[in-house]
Design a protein around this ligand. Structure first.
Ligand SMILES: [Zn+2]
Length: 235
């Protein structure tokens, strides 16, 4: 009689564990999808950041262009003034300004060349990185669709596991079920029903008193390990 109950409890334990396992895998899926989506966002942000760097360099280049143009216009004005001045000192002073402007323009042109090189390098790098990142985004999206597919599979598996648990539950009496649920809550992880071997509970591997063994042999009552609380049966 008790052996039959133990068998039924073991059957319940098996499908219950399967259901819990599917359930926990199902619960992990949205977390994994969210994590993957976050990675996609990071890749997209990195692509945008590289584009922004290039745009900023282009803005700097345009600013330098404007400065060069202004310096050239100023040089032109100085040259016009030179044509109008009578005194040699005034002419020389303007010539000094014109020379300074020439140096300034030359410096600005050097900076502009430097920035143009930077733009070229950044553009090449951004292009290469963008290709890699787009590839990575593609792979991450595939991963998401696979997980969504898994979710559907797990959901249908969960339904069949649920009905297996219901059938196994229907086989058992209320008291045995109550003990099973209590042990499950206490022990947290299966197995919840274990054999007693050499007077040791094979769930926690601790010795149990003689009475426990005697109790097991007496039919009609479920016996639990006094250490871990698992249901014991005679091996
Ligand atoms: Zn135990």
């Amino acid at each position: 009689m008790l052996d039959a109950v133990i068998q039924k409890l073991m059957a319940l334990q098996e499908c219950d564990a399967r259901r819990d396992n599917i359930q926990s895998q199902l619960e992990r899926i949205p977390i994994e999808i969210a994590r993957t989506e976050q990675k996609i966002s990071q890749e997209k942000e990195a692509i945008e950041a590289a584009k922004k760097t290039i745009l900023e360099l282009e803005v700097r280049r345009k600013d330098i262009d404007i400065e060069i143009k202004q310096a050239e216009e100023q040089t032109g004005r100085y040259k016009n003034q030179q044509l109008q001045v009578k005194k040699n000192e005034e002419y020389q002073a303007l010539q000094h300004e014109i020379n300074d402007m020439g140096l300034k323009i030359s410096d600005l042109e050097d900076s502009e060349i430097g920035i143009m090189l930077e733009i070229d390098e950044a553009t090449d790098l951004a292009k290469k990185e963008e290709e890699e990142r787009n590839q990575s985004i593609k792979e991450l999206k595939t991963l998401i669709s696979k997980r969504e597919q898994h979710r559907e599979e797990f959901q249908s598996e969960l339904e069949s596991a649920d009905s297996a648990v219901k059938s196994a539950t229907a086989e058992l009496d209320e008291e045995s079920l109550r003990v099973f649920q209590y042990v499950k809550m206490k022990a947290k992880r299966p197995p919840f029903i274990v054999p007693l071997e050499d007077q040791k509970c094979t769930g926690c591997y601790l010795r149990v008193p003689n009475e426990v063994k005697t109790d097991i042999l007496k039919a009609g009552k479920l016996v639990r390990c006094i250490n871990c609380g698992r249901i014991l049966y005679s091996a």
